[in-house]
Design a protein around this ligand. Structure first.
Ligand SMILES: CC(C)(COP(=O)(O)OP(=O)(O)OC[C@H]1O[C@@H](n2cnc3c(N)ncnc32)[C@H](O)[C@@H]1OP(=O)(O)O)[C@@H](O)C(=O)NCCC(=O)NCCS
Length: 183
């Protein structure tokens, strides 16, 4: 997407910023945990090489088709929220994750809401944000609901994930929904 989004966003408790190479130790702390990768593509077990490859893709990210902010909390990098842009369709796919010790404190919702407000606010051509969520991932479905995303359907056995076929729940928020929620 040709739109220039801010490099940093401040929320009540978090600083959303670009990844740095020095985030590698904080990343390793949670990416090695089994519960972290249960529903997402990240490999398990997770190695330092995996972390280096992950950061190589994100530090100094200059790709037009992605925007990612990591989450800094009390000086520590604890997760991220990002978008893969489908510019032709005025759409973006949101993805998010936060280190297990920080779950259920409202931090992911706080980060995603700010990121969503930023992308809809800055990019006037953006019409739709969607997410494909492993239907078993209750936490992620909760977050999507808190963002004002609506469930649009269930894709049965949509992906082969870590040894089994899994259902994906499809969630989305349109610009019109976002505007109605913002007023
Ligand atoms: C899914 C995930 C992002 C949720 O993050 P979080 O910081 O716990 O989310 P929040 O604290 O903002 O939670 C929002 C609500 O969901 C609830 N919730 C969070 N995890 C839950 C779970 N596993 N089961 C049921 N409810 C859950 C919270 O209690 C909160 O409810 P409340 O507002 O009524 O108190 C986090 O578990 C995670 O990063 N998992 C690993 C990566 C991942 O699966 N990412 C999503 C890929 S689609």
């Amino acid at each position: 997407m040709a739109v220039a989004f801010p490099n940093t966003i401040e929320t009540e408790r978090l600083l959303l910023r670009r990844y740095r190479w020095s985030d590698i130790d904080d990343l390793m702390e949670y990416a090695v945990l089994k519960e972290w990768s249960r529903y997402i593509r990240a490999p398990y077990p997770y190695s330092r090489v995996n972390a280096q490859e992950f950061l190589a893709d994100r530090v100094g990210l200059s790709r037009q088709d992605q925007t990612v902010w990591c989450l800094e909390y009390k000086g520590k990098m604890i997760g991220d929220v990002g978008f893969a842009w489908h510019t032709k369709n005025g759409a973006g796919e949101i993805a998010y994750g936060i280190s297990p010790p920080y779950w259920k404190q409202g931090l992911m919702t706080e980060a995603c809401l700010s990121a969503l407000n930023t992308v809809f606010g800055v990019d006037e051509k953006l019409n739709r944000i969607f997410a494909a969520i492993d239907a078993r991932n209750k936490g992620s479905i909760q977050v999507a609901g808190k963002l004002g995303m609506q469930r649009e359907g269930l894709l049965r056995k949509n992906r082969f994930h870590k040894g089994e076929f899994v259902d994906d729940a499809w969630y989305a928020i349109l610009r019109a929904d976002w505007m109605a929620l913002s007023t």
